[in-house]
Ligand binder design. Structure first.
Ligand SMILES: [Zn+2]
Length: 142
């Protein structure tokens, strides 16, 4: 069954989400740019010479490593600016009705068809129902 989290937990979750989803937060673009630069550097090292050029011989690792900061800066700028300009699609959050507890995707604050208010699903948690302890128990002989 669904159970609403405590207001303190919800405040922590909302604060973390706002930081994570901020358009000006550079952490996610930096992570993407790092792996993109690492991949580009390795591909360069392996002998890639460009989209239309045939693969060449591998180059020394130091020659390839010199290109890493260039790839990192270019990748970061492209990804960060596209995020700041809002070119990334925002995900539609999962919501739950506070009355009928139906889960759907939508905007928090809207009304459910039953009249309840839709709330972010992360404000709730699923708790397994307790199984009755008087059920059959299988006992194995050793
Ligand atoms: Zn509802």
């Amino acid at each position: 069954m669904w159970q609403r989290r405590t207001p303190e937990d919800i405040a922590l979750i909302d604060r973390a989400r706002k930081i994570r989803e901020s358009r000006f937060n550079p952490v996610i673009p930096l992570c993407f740019a790092f792996f993109l630069a690492l991949f580009s550097t390795l591909v360069c090292w392996a002998g890639w010479r460009g989209k239309w050029a045939p693969w060449g011989d591998p180059i020394p690792i130091l020659d390839a490593a010199i290109r890493f900061p260039f790839f990192l800066v270019i990748g970061f700028l492209v990804i960060y600016l596209s995020r700041v300009l809002g070119l990334w699609d925002k995900q539609v959050p999962m919501v739950i009705c506070s009355q009928c507890q139906k889960v759907d995707s939508g905007q928090p604050g809207q009304a459910c068809s039953c009249g309840g208010e839709l709330e972010r699903l992360e404000h709730w948690r699923w708790i397994e129902k307790q199984k009755p302890s008087w059920g059959l128990r299988i006992v194995r002989d050793k």
